[in-house]
Design a protein around this ligand. Structure first.
Ligand code: KE4
Length: 441
């Protein structure tokens, strides 16, 4: 991918200088790989500030933001109430390493919104939440094997960085260097939405399976919802074989509805992992579920997990300020905005003769460049035109719209995305798709 991308009439000197400086001290100039823009080619932007649904880079260029800190900012940037809550808490101290009323209040709010959560534990990232939930499931069941699905991402714990072994192998192979093969021997990686594959593996290995972990709506291969039948099958098989069903709702929690995707699907997992929205943009993760399972966790039970800044007052204050501003009505408004954006995108693409498939769920959506009528799993996503996505990404960026710099990420909106910003987005999309269509020849 060429490094020199068209930048329209945007000045990018400051971002470029910062990127050169960053590469001297931060690996790849970033603190998380996707921010490097390697999936779309070109140099990453350095962001200076956010305001509402806009972000501004170091050169002062403004963009309508559809990354929203990878889904965390459902209120948009610098929400006044959120900022005030963080400021006020900071004047009382940033961390005590002890319990506070704030963490109780936020836990109560989450538990009342997601009935399957009877007890929970706060941690500081989605990785910590899923890693801890899986250890708890293994401790509770006394079993070792874990089932996960291609295209779902659950953070970077060693045994989760896997790809499927050959055929329906009952083990996975590492997808990252540094992960010994022995660490992935207990992980079974199957195709997403593949009911037959799951039934086959449980028939063969069910007695050894501790848990199944799944994103009920996958957000890490673009937005790909699970079918209800698939999730019902996971629920039935885990019950039948005494395994736990873990919903990774780090993205979907309070993103699709005031609660979890589980509230919409009407399927009750044994454990739920949360993050992002519940922290309002500050570091957070959480996992929770049935009391009988959660009580296996220290200090009550033998499964150990701990964290210096777990439940820290700043993240709790930010999470509370966020959830206090959300209600079921919020999601009806957000869904209306998504509906307007995705309907217009689909129509414009068809008018320009570009084959696209738009997927959406709650306040998140994706655009795939493909002739396929349906995107149901990771292989479908891999078959899409990722080069065309990259061109679309840059065409939109040059027109002031900041999409996730990867075809494997979801696009998010916030309550701050107003009609003016959506009009700007759709105008940019119309011009960008027309430009793509001309490139297509
Ligand atoms: P963190 O450890 O990055 O906080 O959360 C891991 C995680 C767990 N589960 C799901 C469903 C997730 O989406 C994530 C992290 N999401 C990615 C973006 N899709 C974070 C962005 C990044 O890696 O920089």
């Amino acid at each position: 991918m060429s490094n020199m991308r068209s930048s329209g009439n945007r000045r990018l000197e400051r971002s470029s200088e910062l990127y050169a400086r960053a590469r001297q001290v931060l690996v790849g100039g970033v603190n998380s790989p996707v921010r490097s823009f390697r999936s779309v080619g070109g140099e990453p932007l350095f962001i200076q500030r956010g305001e509402g649904c806009y972000i501004y880079d170091a050169d002062g260029n403004g963009y309508v933001d559809y990354v929203c800190s990878w889904g965390a900012l459902i209120l948009g940037h610098a929400d006044a109430d959120l900022v005030r809550a963080i400021q006020e808490q900071a004047t009382r101290g940033t961390s005590y390493g002890a319990s506070t009323e704030l963490e109780v209040e936020l836990a109560e709010k989450i538990a009342s919104a997601i009935p399957s959560i009877e007890l929970l534990r706060f941690v500081n990232s989605g990785t910590e939440a899923t890693m801890s939930a899986i250890r708890l499931a293994r401790g509770y069941t006394g079993k070792k094997k874990l089932v996960k699905f291609e295209g779902c991402y659950h953070g970077h714990a060693d045994y989760l960085l896997t790809k499927a072994g050959s055929g329906l192998a009952t083990y996975s192979i590492p997808s990252s260097a540094g992960v010994p093969e022995s660490f992935t021997q207990e992980t079974i990686t199957l195709p997403f939405n593949d009911i037959a594959a799951v039934e086959e593996v449980f028939k063969r290995e069910g007695a050894e399976i501790a848990a199944v972990i799944v994103e009920p709506v996958a957000g890490n291969m673009g937005v790909v919802p699970a079918s209800r039948e698939f999730l019902i099958t996971l629920r039935e098989l885990t019950e039948r074989y005494n395994a736990l069903l873990i919903f990774d709702e780090v993205i979907t929690g309070f993103r699709l509805t005031y609660g979890g995707a589980q509230n919409i699907y009407g399927i009750t997992p044994d454990l739920t992992c949360l993050g992002k929205v519940i922290g309002g943009g500050l570091p957070i993760g959480a996992y929770g579920g049935r009391e009988e399972v959660m009580k296996k966790l220290a200090p009550l039970g033998p499964v150990y997990q701990a964290g210096t800044l777990s439940g820290n007052p700043l993240s709790m204050a930010a999470g509370l300020a966020t959830l206090k501003k959300l209600s079921q009505a919020t999601y009806e408004t957000l869904s209306g905005k998504i509906e307007r954006i995705t309907t217009a995108l689909q129509r414009t693409a068809e008018e320009t003769g570009l084959p696209v498939k738009i997927t959406k769920a709650g306040a998140m959506f994706s655009i795939f460049f493909t002739n396929k009528d349906n995107i149901t799993n990771y292989d479908d996503v891999l078959a899409c035109d990722r080069e065309r996505f990259s061109h679309f990404f840059w065409n939109m960026l040059d027109r002031g719209v900041y999409l996730p710099p990867s075809p494997f990420e979801a696009m998010f909106i916030s309550t701050a995305h107003n009609e003016e910003a959506i009009d700007k987005t759709l105008e940019a999309a119309s011009a960008s798709l027309a430009e793509l269509s001309r490139e297509k020849g």
